[in-house]
Design a protein around this ligand. Structure first.
Ligand SMILES: Nc1ncnc2c1ncn2[C@@H]1O[C@H](COP(=O)(O)OP(=O)(O)OP(=O)(O)O)[C@@H](O)[C@H]1O
Length: 628
């Protein structure tokens, strides 16, 4: 049964609806943009206490380090006046140790918080991804979704440590150091500030470029995962077509794009690093010149100049941290905007306040179904698939949909499952609009076997028990026999616990179809939707499965889509679809005499009565005879 995504994942949409590119390219660095901070705080808010504790401790570690030059100054002055220096040296050593230990504890707490932010974001992303509407998965390819859930969330790790805490700590330390410098000598402070501000303005101009490069690098990684996911998903076809090179080229394009933009980030990053060093060196020379003159004129002591120069070099870590934090902030903002984009995708509709009566009751009767004037087109600018179709499927019995490829048969199933919403018209189950029903309950009442009968990696048991984890051995055996899997299971070395390989590659196509049918039967559905489940079965197994289907039509409404008319000729009613419209409804015999398209389908599949076949053969013979 369908679960419910946690409230946080389903209700809290990030507020900014602009596209991230628009935001990044608004010109200002992320650190100065309210939307980037809002995104950041949204992810960090649940950890605010730990962030405060860890940040506070590392700040304390930094502050205790700040007192060191003051003690160093008194050591120099004591040496000058030949006073004892032992107690000052002990205090200095104790300070070094305390600041190192306190700083380390603070750093550990912050790193733990970072990992927790990554974990909780990943959990939110996982919940969101598995509850996405089917239509939303058409918008972002699975490889890209995976890259956002893994690579982008990994980048968010530095949100706490580098981006937030170092911004705050760096700023506080910077202000504290500047105050201490100002207390020592305001002329030297102004000299330092002039040089540092000039450097800061130059660095800030490169930050928006950095964010956009970081985002493009992440998009390159996403392109790479999408290409690999595509290639690995059709591995045998790629090999059989000798398409390894072209697929590798597509994947490499993403890798190269990521490389190119990461290099840009690295280039800007290292430029900034070098710039800080140069700025401090220039400030050092300026302070040395101005300070030397002031010492010579007696305006300040030599001890104060040495302490001032020490503070100048103390500026390097917070300045570096601040600039690194700005850079990180931009990279993290790019990753967060991609994750937020994913979190903005629409999930399945919430359950109504008062859910409908339980439809999935195992003792419940077979369901009836009605389509009334249903008009549907897939999202995007594709053509209309259903042009106002109407039909009734009474409870119990078997109804089949036939018609040419692309007629809209499988789409009927997608609408019943509510994978998509029709633009107009109504779909009713037991007389109730399915949009009024609880989605989980609706799906619990339905057994659905998709066209490609997907089988997941794991054992046969895992595959059968998807959605039915507590099925008993007896129930499993029942469906294994019903789906004619008994012989296979008995032959396999570990029976039901045999691994079937990635996407069931260790099974034949027909075996995969039967596993998928058994999985659907295990749910004892009130409505069973089978899309082309006999296409890969041999005649013996097709007959057997047809018998199984006929056997359950007393307790279950069975709806099948099939190209092979042999599968559906015994159906209680057959719906013929063509070009998104219902052409005719009737039994095999009725349609043979009344519907030309059905007759044509039957003729091509040798399903006409003998006399009709002879007539068809004669027509074909005439046609061949007329050829030159
Ligand atoms: N996810 C989708 N997005 C856009 N168009 C789609 C999508 N799925 C199917 N279509 C289009 O909708 C139309 C009907 O598809 P549908 O799968 O219902 O046909 P069908 O009758 O089941 O065909 P077949 O017998 O070949 O399986 C087709 O033209 C198809 O290209």
């Amino acid at each position: 049964m369908l679960g419910t995504a946690p409230d946080t994942a389903r209700q809290q949409d990030p507020p900014d609806t602009r596209q991230p590119e628009e935001r990044a390219e608004s010109g200002r660095p992320a650190i100065l943009r309210a939307d980037a901070w809002r995104d950041m705080l949204r992810y960090l808010r649940p950890q605010r206490r730990r962030i405060l504790l860890g940040g506070g401790l590392s700040l304390l570690g930094g502050f205790s380090g700040l007192i060191q030059p003051v003690i160093a100054k008194s050591v120099v002055e004591n040496l000058e006046s030949r006073s004892p220096v032992m107690s000052a040296l002990i205090a200095l050593t104790a300070l070094v140790l305390v600041s190192a230990v306190v700083g380390a504890i603070g750093t550990f707490i912050l790193m733990r918080v970072s990992e927790t932010v990554v974990l909780s974001t990943r959990r939110e992303v996982i919940r969101r991804v598995l509850w996405l509407r089917v239509s939303e998965t058409d918008k972002i390819p699975p490889g890209d979704l995976m890259s956002r859930a893994t690579a982008d969330t990994t980048l968010m790790r530095s949100a706490v440590t580098t981006a937030i805490v170092e911004t705050v700590n760096g700023s506080v330390m910077l202000v504290a150091i500047l105050v201490l410098m100002g207390l020592m000598d305001w002329v030297l402070l102004l000299t330092t500030l002039a040089v540092v501000l000039l450097g800061g303005i130059l660095v800030a101009t490169g930050l928006p470029q950095l964010e956009s490069a970081a985002r493009r690098a992440q998009e390159g990684v996403a392109e790479l995962s999408t290409a690999l996911e595509r290639a690995l998903g059709t591995f045998r076809t790629i090999k059989a077509s000798g398409a390894e090179n072209s697929e590798a080229e597509i994947a490499e394009r993403g890798a190269r794009r990521a490389w190119r933009h990461s290099l840009k980030v690295a280039r800007l990053d290292s430029l900034v690093g070098a710039f800080i060093t140069v700025t401090i060196q220039v400030a050092f020379l300026a302070v040395l010149g101005v300070g030397g003159a002031r010492v010579a004129s007696g305006a300040m002591s030599l001890g104060s100049l040495i302490a001032f120069l020490l503070y100048l070099f103390y500026l390097v870590p917070p300045l570096g941290a601040l600039v690194t934090a700005m850079i990180r902030f931009n990279v993290v903002a790019a990753a967060m905007s991609r994750v937020s984009e994913l979190l903005r995708l629409r999930t399945e509709p919430e359950s109504p306040v008062r859910p409908a009566p339980v439809l999935s009751d195992r003792a419940a009767a077979p369901a009836s179904l009605t389509f009334q004037d249903v008009v549907f087109r897939y999202p995007g600018d594709g053509p209309v698939v259903h042009h106002g179709i109407s039909f009734d499927i009474p409870a119990a019995g078997m109804t089949a949909f036939v018609g040419p490829s692309g007629a809209g048969k499988s789409t009927v199933f997608s609408l019943i499952e509510r994978f998509y919403e029709p633009q107009s018209g109504t779909v009713r189950m037991d007389g109730r609009d399915i949009h009024e029903l609880d989605l989980g309950e609706l799906r619990a009442a339905i057994g659905y076997v998709e066209q490609d009968a997907p089988v997941l990696a794991g054992t046969i048991r895992d595959n059968l028990c998807i959605g039915m984890p507590y099925a008993t051995e007896e129930e499993l055996r029942r469906v294994v026999d019903q789906a004619r899997l008994g012989e296979l299971v008995d032959r396999l070395p570990h029976g039901l616990d045999t691994e079937v390989g990635h996407r069931g590659t260790k099974l034949s196509g027909g075996e995969r179809q039967r596993v998928a049918v058994a999985r659907a039967l295990l749910r004892r559905p009130r409505l069973l939707l089978l899309d082309e489940v006999t296409s890969q079965l041999d005649a013996r197994n097709e007959n057997a499965l047809r018998e199984v289907i006929t056997g359950i039509t007393a307790q279950t409404t069975v709806v099948v889509v099939a190209h092979r008319l042999s599968t559906v000729s015994t159906a209680d009613r057959i719906v013929v679809m063509d070009g998104g419209r219902i052409r005719a409804v009737g039994t095999h015999e009725e349609l043979l005499s009344e519907d030309a398209l059905y007759r044509e389908l039957a003729a091509t599949q040798m399903l006409l009565p003998v006399s009709e076949l002879e007539a068809s053969a004669a027509r074909i013979g005439d046609t061949l005879g007329e050829r030159p």
